[in-house]
Design a protein around this ligand. Structure first.
Ligand SMILES: [Mn+2]
Length: 316
């Protein structure tokens, strides 16, 4: 079984690196930190590479122990990628992954490409962090309050606060379990989901002011530029959640947000169920979940807009 192989590889490895995707969300950060702390409990020190730790997650245990890409060793015995559907999603860190002697992927994306030597993928899990509960139990790691807080962060953020249809009985069993252990679930919920930075608020004002309704108001489109982010003094993660504002408007099927980055326009798509936005994003080399997905478009703003809207329309 894959878990036996994973356990064996962890035991054998003298050097381990943990990697996740660029612009890490709560699940990426929560899963990585949970695994990092679990490895410590196992008697293994790992390098956790997170290029930009979003401000909102800095309160999590061991968040200050994450390292930058340039601090990574030239080669590791074992590389573990968390919450990444493809090797390309480990953007900027593919080399670290490829250079490792053995690679493992732990993920919950339906579009996962099984790109590692050992792949532990469960598309039924609402968050990568939730998969870790079973893994830790299997390999005999105790879910401490620290590990629990990190896993909960992943679950809360990837389920939009326990409200997506991806939630399972295990989601609540785990939450009940760590609540009984003394983890302040309400406090974590507030920190990772409710409280917004001022820059986030200003950025959402800009994006909502530009919101366009298309196709009988079933599709919404908006964008944010680098200049917008500079103006509101945005920090990493401040754009998170903005696309969901439009998704929640009555009658909207798909909400589209384009965000200008150094690599092009990053499209974030959210669906209310009718359109599988993961399929739409895969056409452009991206992917994700049926109701939440993304891709990068290397065209001008106008061209990117037309291309992504046309594909959504075709799937409506
Ligand atoms: Mn995830």
């Amino acid at each position: 079984m894959t878990l036996d192989n994973i356990l064996e590889e962890i035991k054998k490895a003298n050097s381990i690196v943990l990697l996740t995707h660029k612009s890490p969300d709560g699940d990426a950060i929560g899963s990585s930190l949970a695994f990092y702390i679990a490895l410590k409990q196992f008697g293994k020190t790992a390098d956790l590479i997170i290029e930009e730790m979003p401000r909102v997650y800095k309160f999590l245990p061991c968040a200050n122990e994450a390292r930058k890409i340039e601090e990574a060793k030239p080669q590791y015995d074992l590389a573990i990628a968390l919450d990444c559907a493809t090797e390309q999603r480990i953007e900027g860190q593919e080399e670290i992954f490829e250079n490792a002697k053995v690679t493992i992927s732990i993920d919950h994306h339906e579009s996962n490409k099984m790109f590692a030597d050992y792949n532990f993928v469960n598309p039924a899990a609402p968050a990568c962090a939730q998969i870790l509960i079973g893994i830790f139990e299997y390999i005999g790691i105790e879910i401490t309050t620290d590990i629990g807080a990190c896993i909960l962060t992943g679950i809360i953020t990837d389920t939009g606060g326990f409200k997506y249809s991806t939630i399972s009985p295990e989601t609540f069993e785990f939450t009940a379990h760590i609540l009984s252990k003394g983890v302040d679930v309400s406090d974590i919920y507030k920190k990772v989901l409710q409280i917004k930075t001022r820059s986030h608020f200003k950025l959402s004002q800009i994006a909502t002011a530009r919101l366009e309704f298309l196709e009988d108001e079933k599709i919404t489109f908006t964008y944010i530029t680098k200049e917008d982010e500079r103006k509101v003094e945005a920090e990493p993660g401040d754009h998170e959640g903005i696309v969901e504002i439009a998704r929640d408007i009555e009658g909207v099927e798909v909400a589209i947000l384009l965000r200008e980055t150094d690599e092009g326009f990053k499209a974030s798509l959210r669906s209310n169920g009718k359109v599988n936005v993961s399929d739409v994003c895969m056409i452009f080399g991206g992917g994700g979940h049926p109701r939440a997905a993304g891709c990068t478009l290397s065209y001008s703003l106008e061209e990117s807009k037309q291309k992504i809207i046309a594909q959504v329309k075709a799937n409506l």
